[in-house]
Design a protein around this ligand. Structure first.
Ligand code: URA
Length: 209
C-alpha cells in the first residue's frame, strides 16, 4: 500500500503476538510495548539526515557520520501514545515531545482538543506522531490537523496496529504523511475495535477498564 510501511521484522511480529494475547499481564504489555517501539522507531527514523563530524579514533582522525541535528519531535496522542513514546525517547533522548489530547464529542462525533503542548518551532522539525491503534483514524487525523495548524509540515505517523478502513481514511486526509505500522489487521468492528487486534491499548497498558 502506498505510503504505508509494515515492519515485518521477526522480532516485531513475535512481540506483537505476545501483545495481542489476552493472557499477557499489564506489566508484560507495557514492557513489550516499550521494546517494540524501539524496533518501530528504528524504521520510522530511517530517513533522518546525517552530516559528518571530525573525530579522533584511537588510530586516526576520521570524518564520521552523525545526526544532522535537525530537530525531531515525537507527538504523542494521549493517552495510549505515551506507551510508544517512552521507547522512542530511549532511542532519541534529545528529541522534543508534543502531547495532543482529544476526546470525541458525543453529539457531533467530532474530535475536540482538550490539551495541546508542543515546541514552538514545529515548522522546522520532523514530527513523528505516535498512537498505537489506527482504528477509525479520527483521532490520528485530528491530531495531525492540529499539528499542521501550528505549523508542522514534515510529519510521519507511527502505530502498532492499523485497520484497513483507518489506513484508507488517513491516507485520504493526509496523503503527505507516511504511516509505519507493525501490522494491518482484518477489519474494524461496529464498536470501532480493530479485529483481531489486541483490545483497548490504553486499558491494557494502564490496567484500566
Ligand atoms: N483503540 C484501541 O485501543 N483498540 C482498538 O481496537 C481500536 C481503537
Amino acid at each position: 500500500m502506498q505510503g504505508v510501511t509494515v515492519v515485518d521484522h521477526p522480532l516485531v511480529q513475535h512481540k506483537l503476538t505476545i501483545l495481542r494475547n489476552k493472557e499477557t499481564s499489564t506489566a508484560g504489555f507495557r514492557r513489550l510495548l516499550r521494546e517494540i517501539s524501539l524496533l518501530l522507531g528504528y524504521e520510522v527514523t530511517r530517513e533522518l539526515e546525517l552530516t559528518t563530524t571530525t573525530i579522533q579514533t584511537p588510530l586516526q582522525e576520521m570524518q564520521a557520520p552523525t545526526l544532522e541535528g535537525k530537530k525531531l519531535v515525537f507527538a504523542s496522542v494521549l493517552r495510549a501514545g505515551n506507551g510508544l513514546l517512552e521507547g522512542l525517547l530511549d532511542l532519541v533522548p534529545a528529541a522534543r515531545v508534543a502531547h495532543v489530547g482529544l476526546y470525541r464529542d458525543h453529539d457531533t462525533l467530532e474530535a475536540v482538543e482538550y490539551f495541546f503542548k508542543a515546541p514552538g518551532d514545529l515548522a522546522d522539525r520532523l514530527v513523528i506522531v505516535v498512537d498505537p491503534m489506527l482504528a477509525t483514524a479520527n483521532s490520528a487525523i485530528a491530531a495531525i490537523d492540529k499539528l499542521k495548524e501550528r505549523g508542522a509540515t514534515n510529519l510521519r505517523f507511527l502505530c502498532l496496529l492499523a485497520a484497513p478502513e483507518g489506513v484508507e481514511r488517513f491516507r485520504k486526509a493526509h496523503p503527505d504523511v507516511p504511516i509505519v505500522t507493525a501490522a494491518i489487521d482484518d477489519h474494524l468492528n461496529d464498536k470501532g475495535y480493530i479485529v483481531p487486534g489486541l483490545g483497548d491499548a490504553g486499558d491494557r497498558m494502564y490496567g484500566t477498564k
